[in-house]
Design a protein around this ligand. Structure first.
Ligand code: ADP
Ligand code: MG
Ligand code: MG
Length: 207
């Protein structure tokens, strides 16, 4: 089973729709322990990607990831913008083939690059609390030869658990870390949008 960048236009539309549908809730999360601009930052990036979607669709994956990364880097501010640009540029560097296991290995390396860029790891109440367990589950399921549908359902579960886990974490990275113990009891906005992205991508790949 291979997936080509031809899937990119509907993927971006699905992610845009889900972020829009959850915009108010996510903004409240970033207002509670951040500066309230996370949805705005993300939507700027998604809009820029939507404008490039037809140019990205005919490319191969390495070229597609490069264009995606450069587009995000140019369009998005905030911590999340540079971290997502890092993720996509690293996917460009590590992209080998279009197989699920090839993508899983590249994705794991890209999440490592995000960890290094943000000097952060799981347990610090960030998007990494979704991306790290998702990358691990993806690699394990690809290795185990799970069907794409099973794998996608599993990734959605892992992402949802990752978001929920951020509620009781003390933020030690990003703006929320300025709040110390007052960050406790709130879900991290960047973890929530990472989960929304996983769910939207899974929905498109399953149909
Ligand atoms: P900013 O914090 O600059 O306003 P955003 O609001 O767009 O940027 O993004 C905030 C999100 O970025 C946080 O909710 C968190 O998930 C993520 N984040 C912040 N700092 C880091 C970091 N060092 N490593 C990983 N993710 C981070
Ligand atoms: Mg913010
Ligand atoms: Mg900001």
């Amino acid at each position: 089973m291979t997936i080509s960048p031809a899937i990119f236009p509907p993927l971006i539309r699905a992610v845009q729709a889900d972020i829009a549908a959850n915009a108010e809730a996510v903004t409240e999360l970033d207002q509670a322990i951040g500066d309230g601009d996370h949805v705005f930052n993300l939507q700027r990036g998604l809009q820029a990607l939507a404008e490039q979607a037809d140019a990205i669709a005919p490319l191969d994956w390495p070229a597609a990831w490069q264009k995606i990364g450069m587009t995000v880097m140019a369009a998005v501010g905030g911590a999340s913008g540079s971290l997502y640009a890092t993720l996509f540029i690293a996917l460009h560097k590590h992209s080998r083939d279009s197989s699920v296991s090839g993508f899983a290995a590249a994705f794991a390396a890209a999440v490592e690059a995000v960890k290094q860029r943000g000097k952060a790891d799981v347990g610090e109440k960030t998007m990494l609390d979704v991306w790290v367990p998702v990358a691990l589950a993806l690699q394990q399921d690809a290795e185990a030869g799970k069907s794409l549908d099973e794998l996608l359902d599993h990734l959605c579960q892992v992402a949802a658990a990752g978001v929920e886990a951020t509620r009781d974490m003390l933020a030690t990275k990003g703006r929320a870390s300025f709040l110390g113990e007052r960050s406790l009891g709130h879900i991290d906005a960047g973890a929530k949008t990472a989960q929304l992205i996983v769910a939207a991508v899974a929905r498109v790949l399953k149909t």
